[in-house]
Design a protein around this ligand. Structure first.
Ligand SMILES: [Zn+2]
Ligand SMILES: [Zn+2]
Length: 285
C-alpha cells in the first residue's frame, strides 16, 4: 500500500536564528526539516529548529501518536547554523531511542569536539540514547539503518569547507524485490550554483517529488563565493530537473517577513510549484 510522506519544516533561517518580531511569520530558527516514515523519523540538518522538534517528540511520539523507534539525522555539513539544535535535544536522553547520525568524512570527531567539554557541559558519552555515526562519501549511495524501503544518495555541494546534498528515494516492494521509482526528496542546501554544478544537480534532482532548496539570497543580493543560491536559481533548478515542487528555505538572517512575503509573491507568479517554507509547515507527498 502506498504510504504518504509527511514532511515538516522546523527551521528556515541560515547563519543564525532570528527570534524577533517581524521575522517569525516565516520563522526565527535555523534550518531543520523532517520526514516521517512509520517507525522512523528522518531529519535533515540540526539547526535550532531541531530543538523544537526534539521538545515536541521528547517522548518519542510521531504525529499519529506512535513511537519512533529510530531517529536519523542527516547533516549537509557542520556549519553552526546546521548543528546548533544538538545542544538541546531531549531525545538524546531517552534510552529506548536509536539515533543515527549521518554526515561527511570525519564528521563524528568534529561533532564530538563541538558537543562536549570544554565547549559544552555534556557530550555524546553522557547521552542515554543508542547512538551510531555513519560517515558518507559524496557521490555514493547508502541505506538508513532499519529503513530498507528508502535509499539515500549523496552529491558534493559547492560550499566553503564542503557540503553534502541528499536524495532520498522510496524503494517499492514488487514481486519480492525492491526497486526505485516511488517518491523522492532532494535536499540541496548550502550550495552555490555554477554551470557545472547546475547540470550535476539537475541530474541529481531529476524528477524528484520535492526539491528543498537553499534560498539564502534573493536575486541580485547573491554574494559570489559565499556558497549559497537564490530562490530564482531554485525555480530554474526545479524546472531543469523536472521536480514536482520546490521548497525554499535557509533564508538570509536579514530578510524580514515583509521582504519574504514579497519574494514569495514574485516566485509564485514565476512558478506556481514553488513553496516558501515557514516553520510548522507540513507538506504531504
Ligand atoms: Zn547554512
Ligand atoms: Zn554553510
Amino acid at each position: 500500500m502506498e504510504r504518504k510522506w509527511r514532511i515538516t519544516v522546523w527551521g528556515v533561517r541560515g547563519s543564525a536564528p532570528r527570534p524577533e518580531a517581524g521575522y517569525l511569520e516565516y520563522g526565527g530558527n535555523t534550518v531543520c526539516t523532517s520526514l516521517e516514515r512509520k517507525d522512523d523519523l528522518v531529519i535533515l540538518d540540526g539547526g535550532s529548529g531541531l530543538s523544537c522538534l526534539g521538545r515536541k517528540i521528547g517522548g518519542g511520539q510521531s504525529a499519529d501518536g506512535a513511537d519512533f523507534k529510530r531517529l536519523h539525522i542527516l547533516f549537509s555539513h557542520l556549519h553552526l547554523d546546521h548543528v546548533m539544535g544538538l545542544f538541546q535535544f531531549p531525545p538524546f536522553y531517552r534510552q529506548e531511542t536509536e539515533i543515527h547520525l549521518y554526515g561527511g568524512s570525519g564528521f563524528q570527531e568534529k561533532l564530538e569536539t563541538l558537543v562536549g567539554p570544554p565547549l559544552w557541559p555534556v557530550g555524546f558519552r553522557e547521552f542515554r540514547a543508542k547512538l551510531a555515526f555513519h560517515e558518507l562519501c559524496p557521490g555514493g549511495a547508502f541505506y538508513l539503518t532499519g529503513l530498507k524501503d528508502l535509499r539515500g544518495y549523496t552529491m558534493e555541494g559547492n560550499h566553503p569547507g564542503g557540503s553534502l546534498l541528499y536524495r532520498l528515494e522510496e524503494m517499492t516492494d514488487e514481486n519480492g524485490g525492491y526497486k526505485t521509482g516511488g517518491k523522492s526528496l532532494v535536499y540541496g542546501l548550502d550550495c552555490e550554483i555554477n554551470e557545472v554544478i547546475f547540470s550535476a544537480c539537475a541530474a541529481f534532482a531529476k524528477e524528484s517529488s520535492l526539491l528543498i532548496w537553499d534560498a539564502g539570497f534573493a536575486g541580485e543580493d547573491l554574494r559570489p563565493g559565499w556558497g549559497h543560491s537564490t530562490w530564482q536559481q531554485g525555480i530554474a533548478m526545479r524546472q531543469a530537473a523536472g521536480a514536482e515542487r520546490v521548497l525554499m528555505t535557509h533564508y538570509n538572517w536579514a530578510y524580514s517577513d515583509t521582504f519574504l512575503r514579497r519574494q514569495e509573491e514574485l516566485a509564485g507568479r514565476m512558478d506556481p510549484a514553488c513553496i516558501f517554507g515557514r516553520e510548522g509547515m507540513v507538506i504531504t507527498l
